[in-house]
Structures are given as structure tokens and as C-alpha cells.
Ligand binder design. Structure first.
Ligand code: FAD
Length: 364
């Protein structure tokens, strides 16, 4: 994580979901948003009027110039726009999630060695893995426990804890002791949405972001991150509408053009990483282990099947700046050209990628 932070110039945060929500609420209020809770959207009409009509469970009607459907995997906005789209599990893979207090792990004579440093650990085997990392300022250890079932799982399930423990009984004793500390767990489906042909309605007054548009398997931990990238990008485009430089239709079209391929790539990279981490024993698994060795042994490497550590994937995933991308795309839309250094002819995109990351800030 430290190396990623040093080269991208951004912190790598692993955050408790509730803390992320609290932070987003705080910022939204500060920015002047009205937050209405306990008010489920039950219907929308985007075809009859000039504006989009939204009705809630409280019987209230709202009208909007633009409706952003950020309502997750069961999105009513997506169901209204694209009733035939169904998020589906691509395989029989699913996941348990658990939180264990650090203090509990620290007291265990065997497992305590795993929490000496705040690191991310992955324990992989055929058709299963466990990833662990600290959240909540290092007070809780977050576990995601991947496994397969005989059939694809499409909804959250209650779990028999004996079965839960049996899945990981042959894992290394250090992580197995932590698994045994989990008091209860649910089984989470891993559902993929799309890739869709469009994320908006024909008049572009309704648009999807996040899981509603592109839910993905969890193996790169990028679902929420990608949702926020969408938000950051779309905000820049809507900002141009507010400034009078674009109309809403153009802003939504630009967002879709630029973000749809990126989200699809994240979906594919996420799937691939899960595939690599759960390869069945055999020649492919042996080749993976050999290819991962330099990274694990701290030797120089330029590729790794561990996509969390693979240098080009790290730059694509963690080095990606959604706002910078939006600014570049808006400029290209306005001028028809990429921004270039007038003297050298090198595009700003390539300067950012290869030069500006190490240049002293004062010279940027
Ligand atoms: C096992 C597992 C592990 C994961 N781990 C990670 C991880 O480590 N990192 C990561 O980045 N992502 C992870 N994800 C994915 C992440 O949870 C999602 O990608 C993310 O929550 C999507 O954000 P969203 O805002 O699009 O949707 P959501 O978080 O689902 O939010 C949608 C919101 O809309 C509301 N809503 C829904 N319908 C209505 C309605 N009709 N009216 C009003 N409100 C409505 C819901 O109440 C909810 O608040 C994981 C997912 C799984 C299953």
C-alpha cells in the first residue's frame, strides 16, 4: 500500500462502509444538498413531461431536470429504463464478510503474528480465498471470504456456521484461528450488471451511476470506488452545464462515452483477479505461483498475476484520477483535440502518465 501511495501521490484508504457513508453525508450537506431519508422511490416517469417525475413511498411527487439513478444493484431507475436487464452471478462464486476486533486477534497466541503490521493479506487456494485488511483506524480486521457453491447464488443467504468453518478448515492455522472467531456470517452473492448498451434514457434526463449501471464481482474491491469515480466524472460534466458550456444531453452523453468502457474494464479485471486467486491446483496454478514469486520475494518485477500488485494494473486502477479524466474529455469535446504541450507536442495525458507524477509540485 505504501508503494502505491508513493507512486500515485494519493492515499490508499480501506474504510468501514458506515464511515464512508457518514463522510459522504457530511460533504453533501456542506455542499447544500437536501437529504430526504425513509422515502423510497416507488415510480418514475421520464417520458410524459418536460422534466422527470419521481414518486416516493410517502406519496410525494418531485420533478427534476436530471435524475441520477445511484440506487444500487436492485435499482428501480434501471428497472424502469431497462426492464430486461438482470444482475446475474457469472459463476458459482460468492462471499462471506466479517469484522473481528484487532484486540481479539492480538490476544490469540497463533493469529497475533498477522496483525503486527497493518497489512493486506490474501490466502488463496482452489475455489476459495480469504482477504484481510485493517479498517476503522486499525481497530477492526475486515475479512472477505470467497468460496463456491454447487449452484450460482443470486441473493443474500443465512449461513450455518459449521459449514462456514468447514470451508476454511485446511487454511493456514494463523488465518483459520481468525475464521473461527467469526460469530455469525451471511453469504453474499456476486452479481454482474451489464455491460449495458447505454446508461441513460433516450432524452438523457435519467442516467445511472454505480452498481445500478455496472455491479461487478468483488475481487478487486472496486465496486464502491468505481461508483465514486462515476460521480466525480459526472459532476464535472454537469458543472459545464451550469457554466453554460454544454447542455444536459451533451454532458450525459460525454459521461457515458468515457465512463462506460472504463467500468467494463474494471468488471473484467475484477473477474480475472478472482479467477487467478482461485485457480484449481495444476499447471496454471503452478505457473501463477512462479509468476508471483518475484513480487512475493521483493525482487524487481514488471508483471504479476496478483492484479493488486501488478504495476500496470496499479496505475490503471489506483492511479486513475476521474476528475482529471473528465477535464481532459471536456477539453477534447470543446476543441476536438487532445491537450498538448505546445513546445514538445507531447499530449498532457502522456505527460501526466510519464513525467508529472515525479516532477516537483512547484514545476507542474
Ligand atoms: C462481498 C462484497 C464485498 C465488497 N467489497 C467491496 C470493497 O472492498 N470495496 C469496494 O469498493 N466495493 C466493494 N463491494 C461493492 C460495493 O458494496 C458496491 O459496489 C457499492 O456499494 C455500490 O455503491 P452504489 O452507491 O452504486 O450502491 P449502493 O451502495 O447499493 O447504494 C444504493 C443506495 O440506494 C438506496 N436505494 C435503493 N433503492 C432505492 C429506492 N427505490 N428509493 C430510494 N433509495 C433507494 C439504497 O438504500 C442504498 O442506500 C463489495 C460487494 C460485495 C457483495
Amino acid at each position: 500500500m505504501k508503494r502505491v501511495e508513493e507512486t500515485t501521490g494519493h492515499p490508499w484508504w480501506v474504510v468501514h462502509r458506515a464511515h464512508l457513508h457518514a463522510g459522504l453525508v457530511e460533504v453533501a450537506i456542506k455542499e447544500g444538498a437536501d437529504i430526504i431519508i425513509g422515502s423510497t422511490v416507488t415510480r418514475l416517469d421520464h417520458e410524459s413531461g418536460h422534466q422527470v417525475l419521481v414518486e416516493t413511498s410517502k406519496g410525494k411527487i418531485y420533478h427534476f431536470d436530471l435524475l441520477i439513478g445511484s440506487d444500487g444493484i436492485k435499482s428501480i431507475v434501471r428497472k424502469t429504463l431497462f426492464p430486461d436487464v438482470k444482475p446475474t452471478p457469472p459463476t458459482t462464486n460468492c462471499a462471506y464478510r466479517a469484522l473481528i476486533p484487532y484486540t481479539q486477534v492480538q490476544k490469540d497466541p497463533v493469529a497475533c503474528t498477522l496483525v503486527k503490521r497493518p497489512t493486506m493479506e490474501v490466502w488463496m487456494t482452489e475455489n476459495a480465498y480469504i482477504i484481510s485488511y485493517p479498517i476503522s483506524d486499525g481497530t477492526q480486521l475486515n475479512l472477505v471470504l470467497s468460496h463456491h457453491r454447487p449452484h450460482p447464488v443470486a441473493s443474500v443467504e443465512e449461513v450455518d456456521m459449521d459449514e462456514f468453518r468447514a470451508t476454511y478448515q485446511d487454511f493456514d492455522p494463523r488465518i483459520k484461528r481468525i475464521v473461527d472467531m467469526v460469530p455469525s456470517a451471511k453469504r453474499w452473492p456476486l452479481l454482474v450488471t451489464g455491460p449495458l448498451d447505454t446508461w441513460s434514457n433516450p432524452n438523457k434526463k435519467v442516467v445511472l451511476i454505480g452498481d445500478a449501471a455496472h455491479s461487478m464481482v468483488n475481487h478487486m474491491a472496486q465496486g464502491a470506488a468505481t461508483s465514486m469515480e462515476d460521480g466525480a466524472f459526472l459532476a464535472k460534466c454537469v458543472g459545464e452545464v451550469v457554466k453554460g458550456n454544454m447542455n444536459l444531453r451533451e454532458a450525459v452523453a460525454l459521461y457515458e462515452k468515457e465512463r462506460m468502457p472504463r467500468a467494463y474494464e474494471k468488471q473484467q479485471i475484477s473477474f480475472l483477479n478472482g479467477q487467478f486467486w482461485q485457480l484449481p491446483e495444476g499447471p496454471e496454478q503452478e505457473a501463477r505461483d512462479r509468476a508471483m514469486k518475484p513480487e512475493l520475494e521483493g525482487r524487481p518485477f514488471i508483471r504479476s498475476p496478483n492484479l493488486y500488485g501488478d504495476p500496470s494494473t496499479v496505475l490503471e486502477v489506483y492511479g486513475y484520477d476521474a476528475e482529471r479524466h473528465a477535464e481532459e474529455a471536456i477539453r477534447r469535446w470543446k476543441t476536438g483535440k487532445e491537450e498538448r504541450n505546445e513546445r514538445t507536442g507531447v499530449t498532457k495525458r502522456l505527460e501526466d502518465k510519464h513525467f508529472n507524477w515525479f516532477k516537483p509540485k512547484a514545476n507542474l
